[in-house]
Design a protein around this ligand. Structure first.
Ligand SMILES: Nc1ncnc2c1ncn2[C@@H]1O[C@H](COP(=O)(O)OP(=O)(O)OP(=O)(O)O)[C@@H](O)[C@H]1O
Ligand SMILES: [Mg+2]
Length: 269
């Protein structure tokens, strides 16, 4: 991507925000900014779904609106059910401009989660392990592995809570799980703290074992490809999942089928 990339204009309520919102992430679908809520001391995350100029304007507005409302609806429901997700602070599905030209998409402002995404935590840990493993004794290595196991287990119980609330995520990766924790520069990488689920843009309401098993499978594959040293601990995720959801047996049985289908597909190329 070119260095002079210019993100789409901010929706009008945020053009005068001081300090100006900081762009954190730009996906194909959304831009996420760090900003402040009504009170400048309250940080907030702002997710903007820009309009897509190549789509017919009426269709574009309809799809963008559906996505953002869907995401907000899931978050509101999950907060109410006590699942750890960011609370919704504000929402505008008409976005900037309304009916006039310059429609800028829809936006969702939510609670700011302080801490890294799990992807970063595991990447840092794996990099550190690669360098230091040979100088560590067996006790220390198992202590280190226990920290990762603990984190992965908590990820499993967070997902169990989500599924029990009747929602499947649709895009579970280690980038869509955050760890609410303070990382102090120069100190040991913290793996303590609460696992918070984010990014419900592809979530849906479902209690089907198939959908739940696919959620777990997608995450298993994501961990396998991005975190090779942590992959052997995936079983912990399923232990955490079972602890958090007593009725998990049928979902886990289904996961076996989903895995088998996945293997067949990759054998066929
Ligand atoms: N509530 C939040 N608090 C802090 N950081 C957040 C929050 N929500 C998102 N982020 C940061 O922004 C990144 C992107 O957010 P998110 O995953 O929701 O968007 P996306 O993947 O671009 O969206 P989509 O897949 O719906 O198009 C996250 O990986 C995380 O680093
Ligand atoms: Mg994401």
């Amino acid at each position: 991507m070119a260095d002079d990339y210019q993100p789409p204009a901010l929706p009008s309520p945020f053009t005068h925000t001081k300090p100006a919102p900081i762009l954190l992430a730009q996906g194909a679908e959304a831009h996420v900014y760090k900003t402040v809520s009504l009170d400048p001391s309250i940080p907030a995350a702002l997710k903007i779904r820009p309009s897509k100029p190549y789509r017919h304007p009426i269709l574009d507005r309809k799809l963008t609106r559906q996505r953002i409302i869907q995401e907000a609806r899931c978050l509101v429901k999950l907060v109410r059910e006590g699942v750890k997700v960011p609370a919704v602070l504000a929402l505008d599905w008409e976005g900037q401009g309304g009916d006039e030209a310059g429609w800028g998409g829809a936006w969702l402002m939510m609670e700011w989660i302080e801490g890294p995404v799990v992807r970063v935590v595991l990447e840092k840990w794996e990099a550190w392990m690669k360098v230091n493993r040979s100088s560590l004794d067996a006790t220390r290595i198992s202590q280190e592995e226990a920290r990762v196991r603990g984190l992965i287990r908590r990820m499993g119980s967070a997902i169990a809570g989500l599924h029990k609330a009747g929602v499947v995520h649709g895009d579970l990766t280690t980038s869509n799980l955050m760890l609410r924790t303070e990382q102090v520069e120069g100190e040991t990488l913290s793996m303590d703290g609460e696992v918070v689920l984010i990014d419900f843009g592809l979530a849906s309401q479902s209690t089907q074992d198939e959908d739940r098993a696919v959620d777990l499978y997608v995450l298993e594959r994501a961990i396998g490809s991005t975190h090779p040293l942590s992959e052997p601990f995936f079983e912990e995720l399923l232990i955490g999942y079972k602890e958090g959801n007593k009725g998990a047996t049928s979902t886990l049985r289904r996961l076996e089928d989903v895995r088998l289908r996945g293997r067949k597909r990759s054998m066929l190329g």
